[in-house]
Ligand binder design. Structure first.
Ligand SMILES: Cc1ncc(COP(=O)(O)O)c(C=O)c1O
Length: 470
């Protein structure tokens, strides 16, 4: 047994014996290093192992804490679907069936794509919106036309710089949410009939965009914890003319993985060698649970080939519809498409979000939100461990708010979705994330809602239905 395993076991024993109690902070790396006479790296390794076992959890800027209820023996998924051939996308019917169920707020929102609305600072934003509405007049109106308000673009560029990613305000185009940024980016790099690479599984709205634009998709195997399999991507790039690659590197929807920084570099280099643009969807970038915000692949792009798309929808308010594309060498094309497709992004919303970004309260708010999400993740994993049958595995994301749950192979996720709806629970079944309707034994669950007895009951009910479908 290595030193770090033995240290992890010692701390596990303290938790089991109640010396370290639920929600209690465990010794800092520095003090554990001194007490156990080991190196800081050994302590960190041991803490990561305990995190993987679900016994402790990191809280941003605060340290490591004992999980409320240990996540016992819930393994992490490993399934990789083999690569598909270039295929016409046809997912709309299925996706809309599921989206309709998400719109019904009386249901337990395990299938939703947003966090609990009670987190959003809506009152504050409404104040800013009112002020902005009064400020904008016919003389200032033009300032908000594409590429968007200069101050807002400068603030966004500044936030990139804060984590070592150099993006010029001139390459940023303000859009109506990240989804428009993604569509405009796709328009800038691909045309109907072209082939675009996607992850397998991938965010369903991405597949819908390809369907709408008549662009074919090649699904590349994607590991639930490590992201897209680069050798498979390299092979696809060698074998056919690929016009673009559309991926998530941070807290991917639906699996939640965070791609390692080295891998992001490799990805950018690989695409650069083939001169293939990368559309990078990074809407969960602010919802990281580790100490630092992870860099996007964009940070390693030297040739302007990455179109980085994001928004404030996932943490400030989806209704404001403020997003952007940092589009590198495609900025002019994206800006022109923005003019053609929707003229401009709502002007008072641009001003209100800009005012909010200036206020120092945003970082404080985000810290609280991240802490709440970590706790909710652990609560949901612990509940799944208690109520789901043997053979279930789930990812343990380090950011965002989605768990990817793999059920025993015999379970039909679409059937589960329909039966769960009868019990007033929405879920997102695996096949909506796949061109070839794979992942029919998988579901995506949202842990962005505040944990309550109703959540526990919903997971218990789901577990019971899963059991009945075995
Ligand atoms: C991965 C991903 N990208 C983009 C979006 C859309 O973001 P927005 O609401 O800013 O358009 C979502 C929302 O569900 C998402 O999950």
């Amino acid at each position: 047994m290595t030193r770090y395993q033995s240290l992890a076991d010692k701390i596990s024993a303290l938790i089991r014996e109640g010396v370290l109690r639920p929600n209690e902070r465990i010794p800092s790396v520095r003090s554990a290093r001194r007490s156990y006479d080991v190196s800081p790296a050994t302590v960190l390794h041991a803490y990561r192992l305990l995190e993987d076992r679900g016994e402790i959890a990191a809280r941003p800027r605060s340290g490591y804490y004992v999980c409320a209820r240990p996540i016992q023996q819930l393994p992490q998924p490993e399934t990789l679907e083999p690569r598909g051939s270039a295929a016409v996308v046809d997912v709309n019917e299925l996706v809309f069936e599921v989206l309709n169920s998400i719109k019904d707020l009386s249901k337990v929102q395990l299938g939703a794509a947003f966090i609990d609305p009670s987190f959003f600072p809506l009152k504050k934003l409404a104040r800013y919106l009112g002020q902005a509405g009064r400020r904008i007049d016919r003389n200032t109106l033009v300032e908000y036309l594409p590429p968007g308000h200069a101050r807002l673009r400068a603030q966004i560029a500044r936030r990139y710089l804060d984590y070592g990613c150099s993006v010029r305000p001139e390459e940023i185009i303000i859009t109506t949410g990240a989804l428009e940024a993604l569509y405009l980016s796709l328009c800038a790099v691909a045309s109907p009939g072209d082939v675009v690479v996607v992850e397998s599984p991938a965010f369903y709205a991405q597949l819908q965009a390809l369907e709408l634009m008549h662009v074919k998709a090649v699904e590349i195997p994607t590991h639930p914890r490590e992201g897209i399999v680069l050798p498979a991507l390299a092979k696809a790039l060698r074998q056919r003319r690929v016009k673009a690659c559309w991926l998530m590197t941070n807290f991917q929807n639906p699996m939640g993985f965070l791609m390692a920084e080295e891998k992001k570099k490799e990805l950018v280099n690989l695409l650069s060698r083939h001169d293939v643009p990368l559309i990078e969807d990074d809407v969960y970038e602010e919802l990281y649970f580790g100490k630092e915000k992870p860099k996007p692949a964009k940070a390693f792009d030297k040739r302007g080939l990455v179109l980085h798309c994001s928004s404030v929808s996932k943490y400030l308010g989806p209704g404001y519809r403020v997003g952007w594309a940092a589009a590198g060498r495609f900025a002019t094309d994206v800006e022109r498409h923005k003019w053609m497709m929707s003229l401009a992004t709502c002007m008072p919303a641009q001003a209100a979000i800009s005012d909010h970004l200036i206020g120092g309260a945003l970082n404080h708010y985000l810290r609280g939100l991240r802490q709440a999400l970590v706790q909710q993740r652990d609560d949901m994993l612990a509940s799944i461990a208690r109520h789901f049958p043997k053979g279930t595995s789930a990812t343990r994301p380090e950011g965002g708010y989605f768990l990817w749950v793999e059920l025993p192979r015999s379970v039909d996720a679409l059937k589960l979705h329909r039966l769960a709806l009868e019990q007033e629970i929405s879920i997102a079944p695996g096949p909506i994330f796949s061109v070839r309707r794979k992942f029919n034994h998988c579901i995506r669950l949202n842990f962005g809602y505040r944990w309550s007895p109703r959540s526990e009951e919903a997971i218990r009910t789901l577990g019971r239905i899963v059991g009945s479908l075995l």
